[in-house]
Every structure is written in structure tokens, then in C-alpha cells.
Design a binder for this molecule. Sequence first.
Ligand code: PGA
Length: 237
Amino acid sequence: MDKIVIGNLKMSMTKNDVSDYLKDMKNLTNKNVVICPTSIYIPYFLNQPYKACLQNIYFGDEGHYTGEISPRQAISMGISYALVGHSERRKYLKETDEDINKKILEAAKYGMTSIVCIGEMLKEKKINKIKKILKQQILEDFKNVPLDRVIIAYEPVWAIGTDELPTNKVIEELVDFIKNEIKKIYQFENTRVIYGGSINKENVKIIKNIENIDGILVGESATRSEEFLEIIDTYLK
Ligand code: PGA
């Protein structure tokens, strides 16, 4: 399967910044790119060479849920990707694994692909609980889920926005672990797993050498169009 680059723009940029960003992104030729802008800007990111992705999705289809966006609504706008369970949402919005499971299921019902973030916190890493945490997230997040509608983003929480990354060897080992657990628990063979956390235009040259990942998820560095274009070029070349 072709490798993919995903940019998570988080809650950055005002309308004018977005306008400049979009102009620069017109230079993108590679189609295996997905961009997750703040949701109010999504219409600007549609019908482009890259795909637009929501940063979050709701698990209902319609009703009295102020502030939420449902997969049914997303699909009606031509949006077929959503980030689910980003660690910032788990932490600040108190999203649980049960919520995440429901979101993936609802999104899949409408044919959407969920990019699901899993990964350990620093305190869990310190006490050697990485695999235990990953396994627990795999068991709870993906229960009854059609896994062909999922891209798993392995994002160690301690590596997000910190400029600290695991070594290639560690990423490779944990991505293998994730793929094997999915195989054992759900008998699903073709899980796509990408890596995210502190990727920039320099370290992407090293990360590029990891063979068992299916792509990368870039946060902060994706908000700078020039750097993001360079990262895409380096990684997908
Ligand atoms: P970062 O964020 O690249 O800024 O570390 C990654 C993410 O939050 O997905």
C-alpha cells in the first residue's frame, strides 16, 4: 500500500493564515496527503489534490449535540477522514476508549476512515508499561470495528510537541507489536500503522528508513507550509 503523510494543523491559524497556507499547498503534486485543519476551515480544503480530514468526529448521527459534527454530516460534505482519539482530546476533553470505539464505529457506518491515535504517556513508559497500554487501547478502541476503515497512528504522548522521538528501532518494534496484536485479537492482516510525534524536516530523513510504517502524522511542522511540503517531498519520494 502507498505510504501516506497526514498533517494535523490543530487549533492553529486564522482565516488569513489559512489563505496563505492554501496558496502554498497548491504546489503539492503528491496525492497521498491528508490535511486536518480546524473544522471551520474545512470547506477551503475540499476539492484539492490532498484530502481533508476532521480533527474529531461524534458518535451519533443527528440530534441535540451542540458543537458536534457527525459522520453523516461529514460524508454529506465530501469529507471521508477523521482523526479519532488524539492524545490532546483524551487529555483535555476526557475522551475515553469507549468514546473512541463508538466514534470509529459510527464513522465506518458511513464509509469514513478513522485515523486513530494510540500511544503511551511518559509515566507509563518509565515503568515499562508501553506494550500493556497499547494492548489495552487496541482491545478497547477496536472492538467490533471494521479495521479496513482504520489507520492507526502510533503517537507516544511524550513525543508530541517535545522534539523528543523514540529511535527507529523502538518505533519499528512497537509498530510490529501493534500489527501482531491486531492479527492475534482480530484476525486482521493488513493494518495500516503510521508514526507521529515531533517529526520535522530534518528527522524525517531518518524516519523515512523505518520499513514497517505506512506513513507519518505531522503536527507543528505541518502548520508551516514550506516545511510541510519539504517533509512530504522527503518522505514520499
Ligand atoms: P507534533 O504533533 O508533530 O507537533 O509533535 C503530532 C500530533 O499531535 O499528531
